[in-house]
Write a protein that binds this ligand. Structure first.
Ligand SMILES: Nc1nc2c(ncn2[C@@H]2O[C@H](COP(=O)(O)OP(=O)(O)O)[C@@H](O)[C@H]2O)c(=O)[nH]1
Ligand SMILES: [Mg+2]
Length: 407
């Protein structure tokens, strides 16, 4: 029989290139036989210790299958294998969409005798990350009648599919292979969801890495503000550091943008007047007594509390709030009285905000790229993000328009 996969969901397949499936289950249930039969090739039996990587593939079939060590009748061995599998899934999750694990085939032998042999706990924990399809292997038709309904009753299992991977001939029956096409068909049905999740994971991991560059940029800008380089005007140093930060973020998203373009973006960002607004806010935070000596730490905390309480929405509000404690951790001035540092803290906050808005713009570009849509204009997307940020700040802190934060 000629097997096919993915043709009914060409867009999803284009986005993830191939569907990566991890086959799991007890030793001897027929994992390797299933893979070998599906891909029409011999599968080495050496997978007792580790996951088969690279996965098994067959030209023309956009699926890649990873064989895994089977669970044995030994708690310690089981825990080790489960940990190995969890680690592998997690490690792949931060990679490109085509390198992530997309689905699980949980194999259960049709001759399983007790419900307790089905590891519901394990299924649930894996199903939190990935769609799980239960495969009843060596399904001869004489299996226990409770098995299929029982598996169907487990809500985390997306589908239950019966398979006979190799002809099985006994004095009582002779069953030819069947079910491999249904298994592929069932998996194919998950493709749209799979592609969506894979893209989200890949973008999230790039955004998370980019926040490292944001913190890095803020630290450097702070140092530059406090320990100016002789003969070099501070604004130039700051602009250079901010451009560098945007370059690092761009690279994290896989874009190599030229320096001139990026420094122009920084300038556009600053031109929104964000620095002026931030200085005004920092100079007038309610709850901060500027006559008393309140430290940078106090003021940043208060700023975070206010952001948190705002009813105004912004896609990256949480990221802004996350940024603040980090600033304060490495901040050598965190214990200094705020009145002496408002200018420096303003520049640092401004740098952080530029990064956060830029990461948001990069996410939009990457999303379009992964989805195979035309890339949005980076400059326009950037302007749009900066504008949203400014609106948010203005409304949130009650500058110009009506106050937007919750009492
Ligand atoms: N006839 C038949 N034998 C099977 C089938 N699946 C597995 N087996 C046999 O069951 C044994 C264990 O299978 P294997 O694939 O090595 O299990 P694994 O440990 O899960 O990889 C082997 O002797 C296979 O030939 C099947 O669908 N039909
Ligand atoms: Mg095997």
């Amino acid at each position: 029989m000629v097997l096919s996969f993915g043709h009914r969901f060409p867009t999803a397949i284009k986005q993830i290139k191939r569907c990566n499936v991890l086959v799991i289950g007890s030793t001897g249930v027929g994992k390797s036989t299933l893979i070998s039969s599906m891909l029409n090739r011999t599968i080495s039996d050496s997978v007792t210790k580790s996951i088969s990587n690279p996965p098994y593939q067959k030209p023309g079939l956009s699926i890649a299958i990873y064989d895994t060590p089977g669970l044995e009748n030994n708690k310690k061995q089981q825990d080790r294998v489960k940990e190995q599998i969890a680690k592998f899934i997690k490690q792949q999750k931060y990679k490109e969409p085509e390198d992530q694990i997309h689905a699980i085939w949980y194999c259960v032998n049709s001759q399983v005798t007790r419900e307790t042999q089905i590891d519901r706990r394990w299924i649930s924990s894996i199903a939190k990350e990935l769609p799980v399809i239960a495969v009843i292997t060596r399904a001869s038709g004489v299996e226990k009648s409770w098995l299929e309904p029982f598996l169907r009753g487990i809500s985390e299992i997306k589908q239950v599919i019966r398979v006979m991977a190799l002809r099985e001939k006994t004095p009582h029956y002779d069953i030819k292979p069947y079910g491999l096409d249904s298994l592929l068909f069932g998996t194919e049905h998950l493709l749209e969801e799979i592609a969506k999740t894979a893209i989200l994971n890949a973008i999230k991991s790039k955004a998370d890495k980019s926040f490292g560059w944001c913190r890095d940029g803020c630290t450097k800008v702070l140092t530059a503000r406090l320990l100016p380089v002789p003969m070099m005007p501070i604004p130039l140093v700051v602009a250079t550091l901010q451009t560098l930060m945007l370059a690092d973020i761009s690279k994290t998203f896989g874009y190599n943008l030229d320096w001139k373009f990026l420094s122009e973006l920084c300038a556009i960002g600053i031109d929104t007047g964000i620095e002026v607004e931030l200085a005004q806010i920092l100079n007038n935070l309610p709850g901060v007594n500027y006559d008393n000596i309140q430290t940078v730490h106090d003021v940043l905390s208060q700023f975070g509390v206010m952001l948190n309480g705002m009813t105004a929405t912004l896609p990256f509000k949480d990221q802004l709030i996350d940024l603040l404690p980090g600033l304060d951790n490495f901040n050598p001035v965190s214990g200094l009285p705020i009145v002496r540092c408002i200018a420096a803290v303003t520049t640092v906050l401004c740098t952080g905000f530029l990064a956060v808005a830029y990461i948001e713009a990069m996410k939009k570009c990457k999303q379009a790229e992964y989805e195979g849509k035309p890339l949005p204009d980076i400059k326009e997307t950037w302007k749009d993000q900066m504008q949203q940020l400014m609106e948010f700040i203005k409304i949130g802190f009650g500058i110009g328009s009506s106050p937007g934060f919750a009492s």
